[in-house]
Design a protein around this ligand. Structure first.
Ligand code: AMP
Ligand code: MG
Length: 406
């Protein structure tokens, strides 16, 4: 049986090179940039006012004193969005709005709040400084400057930057087309009545949601009972229409665990089956051409663990992320836990004030603790007890403070 590390390396080796694609700006959120993005023009694009106020030439106020104030005549207002290039009238102060173009011949802006106005004139009782409240052309970004780098993820801030330079189309790495299939004759969709002997299919909803949180929204979700012919037909169809197939259940040694047989029959090459870990020992990974096939053991905790430890990094690698695995942290244990001499153990933990607490209900068939979990506590294969306050590695899937996905 291979180790967790070997399994991860085998998957990494088999993920194809990311492919480029152009998408509309609207579709780019959550994807990864396939090229550096540079600005086609300087930002700001033209000198403009940072305030609502009056634009003037400061030299016209040089001799102003309390006893001999200077009066500047008010001109016609300049609004944000005005397209006419304007010159400042001689000895005038012109109302200007935030974002409006600074007219030629002006060098400063006085805030509306500090203006003294009398009978159509702006009054100065002291000289007013130049260069006030003007946002200068190119002060933020030069023309051609790289604003965003290849392999960066596109989040709401990135979306704003792309929009600010007018990008309607964005070069990204293509996400894989994914099919998700739960297998098991016992499975019933949530919302339907449950007969004796059946259970609700929680895995499909859980993993579809995990994919949605990764920015993958078009997932083909199907289900099959444990009948060989039906399973064969469904898997064949799912394989045809996707780049990556995630099967859940039916990969163990039970008499009705037909997934491996079906995959074999359909020409999928097995890369590994079984990893020395708990939960999720009978995990399967195979390949057909460039298509990747994961068979996750059906127990919900196994599905969840195997998804975040193996499938999540594979998808992120496919999508061009530079960091593919869950974020790792070293934290001190809030409770004593026991390792296993041969297996890597993944336990559900909750992060509280920089300590990791072991949650109760760790059984691989148990789901309820997932609602409280922030991370896996990862114990390498060693026969020993990890004492309270000892430092352990955790792989984090939710933020400890706000409960949001990282
Ligand atoms: P299997 O891997 O098919 O042997 O399933 C292992 C355990 O997980 C069994 O108790 C199944 O009933 C349960 N199980 C399998 N698939 C699902 C699913 N989609 N949702 C909830 N539990 C499941
Ligand atoms: Mg089953």
């Amino acid at each position: 049986m291979i180790t967790v590390k070997q399994a991860k390396q085998l998957i990494q080796k088999n993920v194809p090179q990311p492919l480029r694609k152009i998408v509309s700006l609207k579709e780019a959120l959550g994807l990864v940039l396939a090229k550096d993005i540079s600005s086609p023009f300087p930002l700001p694009l033209y000198d403009n006012s940072a305030m609502d106020g009056f634009v003037l030439n400061s030299k016209n106020t040089l001799t102003a004193t309390k006893l001999a104030p200077i009066k500047l005549k008010l001109g016609l207002p300049i609004k944000a969005g005005d397209t006419k290039r304007r010159m400042l009238d001689k000895f005038s102060a012109t109302p200007i709005m935030t974002g409006a173009v600074i007219p030629g011949g002006a060098d400063t802006v006085l805030m509306k709040e500090y203006a003294e106005i009398k009978e159509g004139y702006l009054i100065f009782k002291a000289p007013y400084k130049n260069n006030r409240h003007i946002r200068y052309r190119g002060e933020e970004v030069e023309k051609g400057e790289v604003l965003l780098s290849k392999n960066e993820v596109i989040h709401s801030g990135t979306m704003g930057v792309l929009a600010s330079i007018g990008k309607g189309q964005v070069p990204i790495f293509k996400a894989p087309q994914i099919s998700l299939m739960a297998t098991g004759t016992e499975l019933v969709s949530p919302g339907k009545p449950l007969r004796f002997g059946k259970i609700y299919d929680s895995n499909s909803t859980m993993i579809r949601s995990a994919l949605n949180q990764m920015g993958i929204h078009s997932v083909d979700v199907t289900r099959s009972s444990d009948r060989l012919e039906l399973l064969n037909q469904r898997v064949k169809q799912a394989l045809n229409q996707s780049d990556m197939l995630i099967l859940m259940g039916g990969v163990s040694v039970g008499d009705y665990d037909f997934v491996k047989d079906v995959l074999n029959h359909l020409g999928v090459k097995t890369i590994f089956w079984k990893v020395s870990q708990k939960p999720g020992k009978p995990i399967y990974f195979g390949k057909k051409g460039k298509k990747l096939i994961f068979g996750l053991p059906g127990n919900p905790a196994s599905v969840f663990t195997c998804f975040y430890e193996y499938v999540y990094p594979a998808i992120r690698q496919w999508m061009g992320f530079s960091k593919t695995e869950l974020p790792k942290k070293k934290l001190s244990l809030g409770t004593e836990v026991k390792g296993d001499p041969f297996k890597t153990i993944f336990l559900k933990g909750r992060i509280v004030e920089n300590k990791v607490q072991l949650l109760s209900k760790q059984g691989s068939h148990m789901l309820s603790s997932l609602a409280d979990a922030h991370c896996f506590i990862v114990l390498p294969p060693r026969q020993r007890v990890y004492k309270k306050n000892e430092i352990v590695e955790v792989h984090q899937f939710f933020s400890d403070e706000r409960g949001v996905l990282l």
